[in-house]
Design a protein around this ligand. Sequence first.
Ligand SMILES: [Zn+2]
Length: 193
Amino acid sequence: MTREAEIAWLAGIMEGEGSFGAVSRGKSEYAPRVALCMTDRDVVIRAFEIADCGRIYGPYEVLESNVGPGPFKKRYQWIVQGKEAIAFMELVLPYMFERRATKIQEILSVYEELEFRKTLLYKFWSNVVQVDSCWAWQKDKLSLWHETKRSPRLLAFDLCGLERPGRSVRDVCGNSKCVNPMHMEAGNALNRS
Ligand SMILES: [Zn+2]
């Protein structure tokens, strides 16, 4: 089998038997998850080998079923989580039918947005030095403009989840480098009272 045929085969299995989801805890924790649960051990192992990520769990005893009385075959589960799950979803997405594809795209876009926010938080705080209660911005005011289209002061309101007092803000602490939202009021430097 060519690599492409392997991926198409795996996508077909996942279309029928797999599940794509994400566990979210609070606002910042979002854990994408791919799982395949089957009684066919060889198929689960083949899926794991082709994808080359995640882990196989089992065998699990199946004690009850709504299909009918037992005994039941043991089940095996292949689970991929986090970044690897995202990479796997991107890999099989082109082969998926609409319903699954929509679900996968949804997960990918939420994940991407959260990753962007994390990166932005990191960039923001690595440019700030705390001086007393002031947050002194270390770079020029346009340094995160390319990503965010806003000044560091307004960005601080957004990252802290605070409502901006106006379209532009000025400091009340007298520190022209300060970006602490608690030290801001509506207005600009020209009409300082
Ligand atoms: Zn300040």
